[in-house]
Design a protein around this ligand. Structure first.
Ligand code: SF4
Length: 337
């Protein structure tokens, strides 16, 4: 899991000099205006040691040894909320893994008491979700983003380098159970690393795990910042090609634009509709993939009602109207069964 909301080019982070537990506001296209709460502000503490981590490499640990008090966090958060009243979301994150914070449940109760209409969100690497205390604490949040970088034990160990005893089969089982029980918005994030989880075999294993996870969106990305270890990210086009290994019914969204120095191609009207049928696209995808003439053809299809748009948590996706109708009929059929 990347530990901040600052992965998008249009997002900016300001760390307060006065309060090192609070950062932001961060303007995130995906989550709105977010105030970050760092649950491990003095040092990195994580149960993973991911190859792609943007923090210092450090051996994975099972429990926090340096703990900020709930009182300190609440005090800093209240001050920050007074300075920044127009916040959409309070984001629980960490220099490491926020679910390792031992007073997470109490902290959520105290934040709920002061947050008013502001949403709560956590960015987690999913490793602790099989712990029932963490599972139940996360159920109380408005939004949860869980990372899932691999579905096979071999690739999981290579890419996320977990603390001893953490198994990917238990993580996947916990995410699947969580997605059934959670009433808020669940996001899944997959980060691709060249030569590791970018093989068709691994993507098909991820696709199989995702079939039983009900979520708002699946964000797929790659390394955007200098990683802890010498690993490489993928080009945008490679991410786009990988996205086709996922079932078209899954809400896949490509988030990484770092390598999207586009080589736009020409698409006929038919190929635009075929492309959207395989994978709904966003405006960013269209800008990266289509040349100017193809964009005009896309607009003509949109104006003629042959393409429709759907919104998933602030992101607009375009898909063929017939595809949309087919999916509606499929879900109605499922309801009948
Ligand atoms: S090691 Fe992995 S899970 Fe831990 S902070 Fe870094 S990227 Fe996130």
């Amino acid at each position: 899991m990347q530990n901040t909301l600052s992965q998008n080019a249009n997002e900016s982070v300001k760390k307060s000099t006065k309060m090192n537990t609070i950062f932001g506001p961060v303007h995130s296209r995906r989550f709105g205006v977010s105030l970050g709460v760092d649950l491990s502000s003095s040092t990195k503490q994580c149960n993973f040691d991911c190859l792609y981590c943007e923090l210092t490499p450090m051996q994975a640990i099972k429990a926090q040894h340096t703990i900020t008090s709930v009182e300190t966090i609440l005090h800093d958060l209240k001050e920050a909320l007074q300075s920044h009243p127009n916040i959409d979301v309070i984001t629980l994150t960490a220099n490491g893994e926020p679910t390792m914070y031992p007073y997470l449940n109490e902290l959520i109760t105290r934040i709920d008491a002061i947050k008013g209409n502001i949403q709560t969100l956590i960015l987690s690497n999913s490793a602790s979700l099989s712990d029932e205390n963490v599972f139940n604490a996360l159920l109380r949040l408005d939004q949860v983003k869980l990372s899932l970088d691999a579905a096979t034990p071999e690739i999981f160990r290579k890419i996320d380098r977990p603390a001893e005893g953490i198994e990917i089969s238990k993580i996947i089982d916990a995410i699947q159970r969580f997605s059934q029980a959670f009433k808020g918005k669940l996001f899944i994030e997959i980060l691709f690393v060249r030569g590791l989880n970018d093989t068709p075999k691994e993507v098909l294993a991820l696709n199989s795990a995702l079939q039983n996870i009900q979520c708002e969106r699946i964000d797929i990305g790659t390394i955007d910042r200098p990683p802890a270890y010498p690993v490489q990210g993928l080009e945008f086009k490679e991410l786009y090609e990988l996205s086709h290994y996922f079932d078209p019914s899954l809400p896949i969204h490509i988030v990484s634009r770092t390598h999207a120095t586009a080589t736009p191609s020409h698409y006929s009207q038919d190929s635009i509709l075929t492309t959207l049928d395989k994978r709904p696209l966003t405006d960013d995808d269209i800008n990266a993939l289509f040349d100017e003439e193809s964009k005009k053809q896309f607009q003509n299809l949109l104006n003629a009602g042959k393409i429709t748009q759907i919104e998933r948590s602030n992101i607009i996706f375009y898909l063929p109207s017939q595809n949309s109708e087919r999916k509606r009929q499929k879900s109605l059929k499922n309801l009948d069964n």
